[in-house]
Design a protein around this ligand. Sequence first.
Ligand code: GUN
Ligand code: ZN
Length: 432
Amino acid sequence: MIAHRGEILHFLADPDRVQEPLCYEYFPDGLLVIKDGVVQSLSDASQAITKLDPKTEVIEHKNSLIMPGFVDTHIHFPQTEIIAAYGEQLLQWLDKYTFPTERKFEDKAYARNIAEKFLNELLRAGTTTALVFGTVHKQSVEAFFEACEQRNLRMIAGKVMMDRNAPDYLTDCPESSYQDSKSLIEKWHNRGRLRYAVTPRFSPTSSYEQLQKAGQLMREYPDIYMHTHLSENLDEVAWVKELFPDCDNYLATYDRAGLLGRRSVFAHCIHLCDSEWQRMVDTHSGIAFCPTSNLFLGSGLFNLSRAVENNINVGMGTDVGGGTSFSILQTLNEAYKVVQLRGQTVSILKMFYLATLGGAKTLDLDDKIGNFEVGKEADLVVLDKHSTPLMELRLNEHNDLLEQLFVLSMLGDDRTVKQTWSAGTKVHDRDQ
Ligand code: GUN
Ligand code: ZN
């Protein structure tokens, strides 16, 4: 048994649905007790410490805030090495940087090496769960899941399905993509903490037949995920209109294949029309909000208020390598600015909810991760409030919780993440 003692914050509900202070719990001096990788109790340390099993190792965290591990609802592991590529918007960026890089993942040894580096970056950023794109190559996802299994991480991933409008070296066909996905599902879905997501890249790179095959997998395995891109860039939206003249809108290209639902996550959703918004609501589909990517690729400004008004599940996505940081703190920073540019507001509590329990809910994993309720998997991050001289100057005993959180999100990054723990085991230590 291990117990973490320090300042602890976690969410019990969406701050936009359940009023303060019922939506969260905050312990200025808390004790989080973990047994066999699972939360056993969370309470004020002063009382709990006296009743603790004497064999428990107590770890004290000073000048820190302990929170549930961050959740990244959209990221590409094979794009780790093309993060920060200059000069293009989505469609040209794919051709110039993304496709040539993804070609390398045909080689499983290469994929394994990048998977390790990718997981190191995620954990350095305090992210303990992510919904992850592989490449078209089955072995890329094999390599990724093997690396996750070794570290006992809770991750969701899938092989990209793409059978057109991409270089020959990077395309599959409807039947092979179905078979490859199926064998990956059989091997990896629900194995330990791993889950599978059927992953058509986006409608422009899938034929009608391939999207139907993706839908067939969703029917054959009712508890798997679906992960794709939707309405990110205006040229992309126009292209989809050309490619699918019989569909009323972009979302309909997925809808008619049966790809919408509770475990379907659509990255971006910037340029949705009214009927697409309504269909997202009706099918309980989720959205990955990826502000660093949307700004970097010049894609547009996500309408967070509209998603909130419609009670759509939203999580934060880094979208590396379109996104420019693995850090969910940095992603919150840019989210705040997108919301400002839209003339909207987002509460500080909501930002950190989106980064934790909101992300878990979007991934339909809120019964397992996202907060410190008894029985949840003990994935947590220790944030250092003195991680830089500037942060130390800005944060002192006069700041209340909300102000501290806001400064952590505006000034924080991987330097702020002192430790990351997964299922009760330390998986990252900044100072070692
Ligand atoms: N749309 C289709 N593929 C991609 C991708 O790799 N990244 C982003 N951001 N959008 C996409
Ligand atoms: Zn993406």
